[in-house]
Design a protein around this ligand. Structure first.
Ligand code: BT5
Length: 321
C-alpha cells in the first residue's frame, strides 16, 4: 500500500477528528517532514485538509477516490488482487500493467485508477475516463495455455462484469460479440485485452476493463459510435464503487480458477446464456446472413447459414435482421 493510501485510510477511519503528525508518522514509519509532503500531495489531488500545530491534521472534504485498503478489506480471492494498486490518475491502466509485467510483476497484479488521461479503446480509439466515477482496471495474468486460446479470456471479463451488474443491481445485462457489455441495449462496459507472447508461449495477458458506474449524462463524449449508459443512469442513484469492485474481482477470480481447471466450457456457456443475439437471425457487415448458434473455442462467432453449414466469423459487425 502506498503512503498516500495509508494516510487516507487513517483519515477515513477517524472522521472529523484531528490525527496528530506523530501518530501518522509512527503508523506509516516515515518522518514528520514526509507526512507533511504526503498531506501536500493529497491537497494537490483536491483534498481539503486542515492543519493545526497543536492537534495535527483533519480531513475536511475531498473527492471520493478509491484506496486499496478499502477494496482489500474482506476481499476473498485466490489469484486476482494478490497485489492491488489504486492510483488517482494514470495515462492508461493497461499501459501501467504492461510496464509492471515487463518488470516481472506476479500474476494477479491489479491496477485501478480514478482517472485515465489516455484511456485506450480498441483500434486506437479512446476510452472516456472522467475522475472518481467509474472503474478503470487492468489485471495481469500469466496463464499456461496455448497462444490460440488467449482470446477466450476476453469472454472471462465480459461474463464477470455482466454477472456482477446483473446480480448486484438486477439490471437487464447482455453481452455483444466480440466483447461489449450492454444494459438496455446501451454499452456500459468496454474490454481491451492485450497479450505478450512468442509463437508457442504466452508471457502475459492484460485484461483491461472499463465499467461506467456513477458517470453522468454530461460526462459522455458527444460523438459515440454506440449508445452508452452507466449504472447511475439506469438506476437513478449512485452506487458504492468499492463494493462493486470487490464483488467483481471475486467473481472474475472464481471464473479464472474454473477456467484453469475446466477450460473454456463453463465461460462459453455463461457467455452464450447472456448473448443478446443467441439463436437470432443476423447479418454480418451487410453480407452473410444466418442464425447465431454460439461461440467457437477460439472466440469466433458460430453462424448457421440457411443451407445448414456453420460458418466461423472472426471479425465484423453483427446486426439483428
Ligand atoms: C472498448 O473499445 O470498448 C475497450 C475499452 C477498454 C477501456 C479499459 S479502461 C481500463 C483499461 N485501460 C485502458 O486504457 N483501457 C482499458 P472500443 O470497442 O474501441 O470502444 C471505444 C469507443 O467507445 C469510442 O470510440 C467511443 O465511441 C465509445 N466510448 C468511449 N468512452 C466510452 C465510455 N466511457 N462508455 C461508453 N462508450 C465509450
Amino acid at each position: 500500500m502506498t503512503s498516500r493510501d495509508k494516510i487516507l485510510s487513517l483519515f477515513r477511519s477517524n472522521p472529523d477528528v484531528f490525527v496528530s503528525g506523530q501518530e501518522i508518522s509512527q503508523s506509516l514509519n516515515i518522518s514528520r517532514a514526509a507526512v507533511w509532503k504526503q498531506v501536500e500531495l493529497l491537497r494537490d489531488q483536491g483534498f481539503e485538509i486542515e492543519a493545526q500545530r497543536s492537534k495535527g491534521y483533519r480531513l475536511v472534504d475531498g473527492p471520493d477516490l478509491l484506496i486499496a485498503t478499502d477494496i482489500e478489506a474482506g476481499l476473498d480471492c485466490q489469484f486476482i488482487g494478490t497485489s492491488l494498486v489504486c492510483l488517482p490518475e494514470i495515462d492508461s491502466t493497461n499501459a501501467r500493467v504492461r510496464q509492471l509485467a515487463e518488470q516481472d510483476a506476479a500474476e494477479g497484479t491489479v491496477v485501478i485508477a480514478d482517472r485515465q488521461s489516455a484511456g485506450k479503446g480498441r483500434l486506437g480509439r479512446r476510452w472516456e475516463s472522467p475522475s472518481a466515477v467509474n472503474l478503470y482496471c487492468s489485471i495481469l495474468l500469466r496463464p499456461q495455455i496455448p497462444v490460440q486460446q488467449a482470446p477466450q479470456l476476453t469472454f472471462l471479463s465480459a461474463v464477470a462484469v455482466a454477472e456482477t451488474l446483473k446480480q448486484r443491481y438486477q439490471l437487464s445485462v447482455k453481452v455483444k460479440w466480440p466483447n461489449d457489455v450492454l444494459v438496455s441495449g446501451k454499452k456500459i462496459a468496454g474490454l481491451l485485452n492485450e497479450m505478450n507472447a512468442e509463437t508457442e508461449q504466452i508471457h502475459f495477458v492484460i485484461l483491461g476493463i472499463g465499467v461506467n458506474l456513477n458517470m453522468t449524462a454530461d460526462q459522455f463524449p458527444e460523438e459515440l459510435n454506440y449508445p452508452a449508459t452507466s449504472v447511475l443512469l439506469e438506476r437513478g442513484e449512485e452506487i458504492d464503487r468499492v463494493a462493486f469492485i470487490r464483488e467483481f474481482l471475486q467473481r472474475i477470480d472464481r471464473y479464472y480458477a474454473e477456467f484453469l481447471q475446466d477450460g473454456f466450457g463453463p465461460i462459453r456457456r455463461r457467455w452464450e446464456a447472456l448473448c443478446d443475439l443467441m439463436n437470432q437471425r443476423v447479418q454480418i457487415d451487410q453480407g452473410l446472413q444466418g442464425t447465431v448458434v454460439g461461440l467457437d473455442t477460439d472466440g469466433a462467432l458460430r453462424l448457421q447459414l440457411d443451407d445448414g453449414r456453420v460458418e466461423r466469423i472472426i471479425a465484423g459487425d453483427v446486426k439483428p435482421l
